[in-house]
Design a protein around this ligand. Structure first.
Ligand code: LRH
Ligand code: MN
Ligand code: MN
Length: 389
């Protein structure tokens, strides 16, 4: 532990951090080649919440669950919210889905045909109705819209159509509700994407108003992109709404956050801490798929990875860092950051859990709990998360 760390303050900040888990990470998922079904996966949104409650029980840090509509479609969303509350959870961001309908072959809100645009907009507005019923704060929008070939559509007109739809949704938001706009540089479109980067998302959000915020999915950048710079900039502008955390080796791999590059996660979390992003305005969501590993322990592991990166970021000796930076001492400044990164924060987090009455080792506690055996015995015929559905 670095000597100058204010351990009680670090612990208090860690205690206040919540990580939101995605309903779809509990269900079966796969690549475009194969879905490897796992025994015991949830068959209904309620069963996804049952699993999410295990993650929260063992980590104490995952109190909310993001829904994806229509993957989590139910008749009564208020009843689903009440069910979540009964488990000690709440329903988090509502993720829209305007990418899995035959009508969306050429796009959704950017489609050249006004009828398809209207259909997509109606879905987004329905998502706000769902937020009203669930008490969710955030609407997360990701559009698969784009083109595959030069000349296929008017790139600029598509921006106009996007702006029109976003304005209609923004207008519909209730007080205290936010719109989170997610960008991704390619896939499924391979030539142009209508919201390819933070700059495009930011430009649209800026026009809409303060409750339109950018969401950074860590897997949605070109290799080598300096994501922590984007984070620092968006925080500075007051427009970082949240993260979709995951890690990637190649493209949008959706692997466990912190698995591919824990140093990058630390650098991101340092900018979050530096920019005041732990105060509740930034949603720390996971957006992952567990295709080959058991899902619940993988999600527990992911929550722990976020906590470890956050703990290290909180341990950065900011005074020493500023002094070195002001003195132009490049090596000393870098050493301050690396000292924090190289600190083993696992004992600190174990202590924190024990103080909260939790097992210091959440993964082991989950394995001992017998939950995996129970769901394997009781649940037959789990659902797919949605991509192949
Ligand atoms: C798109 C994305 C977006 C979707 C989710 C399932 O790649 O990151 O957040 O809603 O995956
Ligand atoms: Mn995402
Ligand atoms: Mn993605």
């Amino acid at each position: 532990m670095t000597s100058r760390a204010d351990v009680p303050a670090v612990k208090a900040a860690l205690r206040s951090q919540a990580v939101e888990t995605p309903s779809w990470a509990y269900g079966n998922s796969g690549t475009r080649f194969k879905v490897f079904a796992q025994p015991g996966v949830p068959r209904t949104p309620r069963e996804k919440l049952d699993d999410a409650a295990r993650v929260h029980e063992h980590t104490g840090a995952a109190p909310s669950v993001a829904l994806h509509i229509p993957w989590d479609r139910v008749d009564d969303y208020a009843a689903l919210a009440a069910y979540a509350a009964g488990l000690g959870l709440r329903l988090g961001a509502i993720n829209s889905n305007v990418f899995q309908d035959d009508d969306y072959r050429l796009g959704s809100v950017c489609h050249p045909d006004a009828r398809v645009r209207r259909k997509a907009l109606d879905h987004l507005l329905e998502c706000v109705d769902i937020m009203d019923a669930t008490g969710s704060r955030d609407l997360k929008l990701w559009f698969s819209d784009g083109t595959n070939y030069p000349g296929q559509d008017d790139v600029r007109a598509r921006q106009d159509r996007l702006a029109e739809a976003l304005a209609a949704v923004y207008e519909r938001l209730g007080e205290g509700q936010r719109m989170l706009l997610e960008y991704k540089f390619f896939e499924p479109a391979f030539y142009t994407t209508d919201v390819p980067d933070w700059g495009t998302a930011y430009a649209h959000c800026l026009k809409l108003g303060e409750r339109a915020q950018v969401v950074v999915d860590t897997g949605h950048h070109a290799p080598g992109t300096n994501i922590e710079f984007i984070v620092a900039l968006l925080l500075r502008e007051g427009r970082l709404g949240g993260f979709d955390f995951n890690s990637r080796f190649y493209a949008d791999d959706d692997l466990m956050v912190g698995a591919a590059d824990p140093f990058q996660l630390f650098r991101i979390m340092y900018e979050v801490v530096r920019g005041g992003g732990l105060d509740g305005g930034v949603a720390f969501m996971l957006d992952q798929c567990h295709n080959v590993e058991p899902k619940i322990p993988a999600i527990i592991r992911s929550v722990m990875n976020v906590q470890e990166a956050t703990a290290k970021a909180l341990l950065v000796d900011r005074e020493a860092l500023s002094a070195a930076q002001e003195a132009g001492d490049v090596l000393a400044a870098n050493a301050v950051l690396m000292d924090a990164y190289d600190t083993d924060v696992r004992p600190l987090l174990a202590e924190l859990r024990e103080e909260a009455g939790l097992d210091p080792d959440p993964v082991a506690a989950y394995h001992r709990s017998g939950w995996a055996r129970k769901i394997t015995d009781e649940r037959v015929g789990g659902t797919q998360a949605g991509w192949g559905a």
